[in-house]
Ligand binder design. Sequence first.
Ligand SMILES: *Cc1c(COP(=O)(O)O)cnc(C)c1O
Length: 567
Amino acid sequence: MTQLLKRFIDRTHIAYFSMEIAIHPEMRTYSGGLGVLAGDTARSCADLQIPVVFVTLISRAGYFRQEIAADGQQVEHPDWWDPAQFCKPLDAMVALRIEQRAVWVRPWLYVHTSPHGDTIPILLLDSDLEQNLPEDRELTHYLYSDGEKYRLKQELILGLGGMRLLQALGFRLHTYHLNEGHAAFLTLDLLNRYRFPEEDVRPGEPLYDLAEVRERCVFTTHTPVEAGQDRFSYELFASMADDLVDIDELRQIAGSTQLSMTQLALNLSGYTNGVARRHAETTRHMFPGYRVHAITNGVHVGLWTHAAFAKLYSETWPNWHHEPEILVRAMQLPNDRLWDCHLTAKTELVGHVHALTGIRLERDIATLGFARRMTGYKRPLLLFSDVERVAAIAARHPLQIVLAGKAHPRDEEGKAAIRRLVQLTQQLRGRITCVFLPNYDMRLAQVMVSGVDVWLNTPLPPMEASGTSGMKAALNGVLNLSVLDGWWAEACVEGVNGWAIGTEDDAAAADNHANLLYARLEQVVLPLYYSDTNRWRDMMRQSIGNIGYYFNSQRMMRRYASEAYLR
Ligand SMILES: *Cc1c(COP(=O)(O)O)cnc(C)c1O
């Protein structure tokens, strides 16, 4: 272990900080899309041998395990996992001063190994140490738990604890990547590192060399709404971290009335990225005056391609894992093999649904999938705006629907949507086979994005920064039917690789999206599925080819490496 760690320390130049990282299905260190993106980033860094160390919290109790009661109520359970099964504790510890007392933090090391045997390190920060007060031992247990105090302390541990541990271990780094504003406190450590010597600072002049800090920071923002961004009052911040930095100067960097983690990150990063072209534009409107780049998100092809398709791709292009651009040649894939792979994935979904719910899906019936974080702007109920109309469509063109998704424990609207969806599955019984599967996670996502025929996405524009599950679906020849927001606005070729609901500039017409969705399903998608198998398979190839070759995390990380890290 020490030998391996020494090798990581010697070769690594970049640190990537993220509140959540989806590393392994049994490690509950993630909640959803942000963590999955961070995990796919790590996997691609290993594949491409980009010398990055990843830093996150250990989240021993995870986000939560979702149980769905008979009435549709979401029940949340702690989702404990055992770090010792996957990670090694490192012999290093640092203390932070939080709320006028020492909070000790220790890292665990997880080593991710790529299919070619290349490795990257992931450090998971843990405060559950006997040196700490019982209250502080829980600070790294619950991911996105309630309470702004708890959240602030977690972000101090991630940013400052992470920086100090990297230094204590001997890492020499030139770039720090902040995945979302949660990680922005790492800049406070850099501010202190690049503080001008006391005697050189005249009254009224800055205390910190901001240019030096900016040269080292890269920021990826994911939140296109003000309300979604972390903010703390300066009183709370000062009561938690009293003598960390000069508060007056911090106000100039992070916002005069409240400490905005997004503003802190924006002002101290030399390179800021939005996660899709459209999202970069939205971010420029929200924060005028900042240069916001657009490296669109991607997904890891090795993780998200079903084994049957992966085998077919490997036979056709032996190096496709490393160079997924080759998927652009998907027109080479033979019709019957393609369909066999799809049926293999669909059969697995059918088996999975039966095991979980006792309900039998039919393999020959068009199957629609929708799985998201259950929250207002994703509009999980849009498909059911007019239940009778859905039932009437299904009466002419048989239809099955598979649903899943967690709502944040405090998101009452999201939890109400789950209750309504579960009731609808019961109400529609006999007319449409519709199921809601509990506890959406990486494993379930893999089964769903490969096993359905059509992947539905209905966000309210411009709220979906990128979205990534549709990219996973495309790798498996599943066709996207989606509102033109986030990544789909730049990927969709209507009727060729999937279908749009509405047009790109009709956010005002969002009220009409349900009608447009019904019309597409009834007039285009379902008739094609049942009557023109060849065209459907052509579209599957287009989906694999002209979506898979581009919207993957190899391309994303090659761009980050050349445009953001090697600036
Ligand atoms: C990919 C993924 C997400 C993100 O999906 P979106 O398309 O961004 O909504 C969320 N949760 C899990 C478990 C995933 O695998």
